[in-house]
Design a protein around this ligand. Structure first.
Ligand code: SF4
Length: 292
């Protein structure tokens, strides 16, 4: 039985030595940590998958703006565009991009979403999981395995760095979400444990340094569009890993680099709205027009 799951190295060696997929190891860890059965864990995860689907459905059906007016309506615009001009990358891309917008716009309207790992990054794992399930005709069991696998990545990274823009910048929120989504994607495609870990690692290492600079402190600009970019980006990480391409920097070292980058980042760029996009003339202009 695995004692603790603190590193990717432990995860990989335990998986290979015992011929266990990541989701089964994570179930073991969670079951012992919270003294609940695997059935109970899977039931809770299924509930979250269902809520992800609901948030996509609700987001797709709504064209309303958020209370600030800074976001909302872009999902509808993108769907209209795809009706006449399909996406260059095909139907999976269309689904991931519209679903991620649907969910993050719902969040900005104070609708119900699954924070995965955070509310500001809620569109990333949700859209990748549901779009892939639809495109690959996955089962309910597959969906649960995907989300637990994504959770294992979030679990290991979060031990060293809290998934919060205020702590590590957006690399720790949307960046981590994209790593989790890449892992879920690679899991759905029956990648090996090594490929799953490397897909997450490739996503993380290429997003290092992403700052958190929300305009007026609202999780809308740049957060809404950032969810679309990082959801689709996670597929690239999975493609590379499925081809056997690995990160030259070891996965646990990439996590250490993420932590160090977060520490070196100026507080002005960590959710204080005092730097970056939040400190531009355009952002300042919104102060005049937005009523709270
Ligand atoms: S910019 Fe900041 S508030 Fe917005 S999603 Fe990223 S971490 Fe969250």
């Amino acid at each position: 039985m695995i004692k603790s799951l603190n590193t990717f190295e432990t995860l990989l060696s335990y998986s290979e030595e015992n011929n266990l997929p990541i989701y089964k190891i994570m179930e073991e860890v969670e079951s012992r940590a919270f003294d609940i059965t695997v059935e109970e864990i899977r039931k809770k995860v299924k509930h979250n998958v269902d809520e992800m689907k609901n948030s996509i459905k609700n987001g797709l059906a709504c064209r309303e703006k958020s209370q600030s007016g800074l976001s909302g309506g872009d999902c509808a615009k993108l769907r209209e565009k795809f009706k006449t001009t399909p996406a260059l990358f095909g139907s999976l891309y269309e689904k991931i991009s519209t679903y991620s917008l649907a969910v993050i716009e719902e969040n900005a309207r104070m609708g119900k979403i699954v924070a995965c790992p955070t509310a500001g990054s809620c569109g990333i794992v949700s859209s990748v999981l549901v779009a892939l399930s639809e495109e690959l005709n996955l089962t309910e069991e597959d969906e649960i395995n995907m989300l637990i696998t994504a959770g294992a990545i979030g679990h290991i990274v979060s031990i060293k760095l809290a998934p919060a823009g205020a702590v590590g910048g957006c690399q720790a929120e949307c960046g981590l979400a994209s790593a989790m989504a890449a892992a879920a994607c690679t899991c759905a495609r029956k990648g090996t444990t090594k490929q799953i870990i490397h897909s997450a690692t490739l996503a993380l290492k290429n997003i290092l340094g992403l700052t958190c600079d929300p305009v007026l402190g609202l999780v809308e600009v740049p957060c809404v569009k950032r969810n679309v970019f990082l959801a689709t980006y996670s597929i690239t990480a999975s493609e590379l890993a499925m081809a056997g391409i690995e990160s030259k920097i070891a996965p646990d070292d990439v996590v250490d680099a993420l932590v160090q980058t977060g520490q070196l980042m100026s507080p002005l760029l960590k959710e204080t709205s005092q730097g970056g996009l939040a400190f531009t003339k355009s952002a300042d202009n919104f102060k005049e027009t937005i009523k709270f």
